[in-house]
Design a protein around this ligand. Structure first.
Ligand SMILES: [Zn+2]
Length: 109
């Protein structure tokens, strides 16, 4: 049995309380989602590393050898990097590879 037989739905006061709580939660959550720390840069660095290593592998498949350690030729080739060679979003440094393995050196952020 309903105890509040005269009441239907939410009162204005209850709705305002809910809106206030939702607003408070949003205020707490938004700064965390917008990433004021550098974890998104670290994630981007890892994506760039993986992309460079894939393109280096492709370069080796096409040319028979790994690209130069400083990635000069492959970085300038728009077939491999149409938007140019990326730099590390964490520290702004250029990527280099180990010419023996084709793997990016460092960037263990
Ligand atoms: Zn990096």
């Amino acid at each position: 049995m309903f105890r509040f037989t005269t009441k239907t739905g939410f009162s204005l006061l209850e709705l305002m309380a809910v809106v206030a709580v939702v607003g408070l939660v949003a205020l707490i959550m938004v700064p965390r989602l917008s990433g004021s720390d550098d974890s998104s840069e670290v994630a981007a660095c890892h994506v760039y590393k993986g992309h460079i290593e894939i393109q280096a592998e492709l370069w080796r498949t096409n040319t028979g050898s790994w690209p130069a350690a400083n990635l000069a030729a492959i970085g300038a080739d728009t077939n491999y990097f149409p938007e140019g060679l990326p730099t590390c979003p964490v520290d702004g440094s250029a990527y280099t590879i180990d010419p023996a393995t084709g793997l990016v050196v460092g960037h263990t952020h």
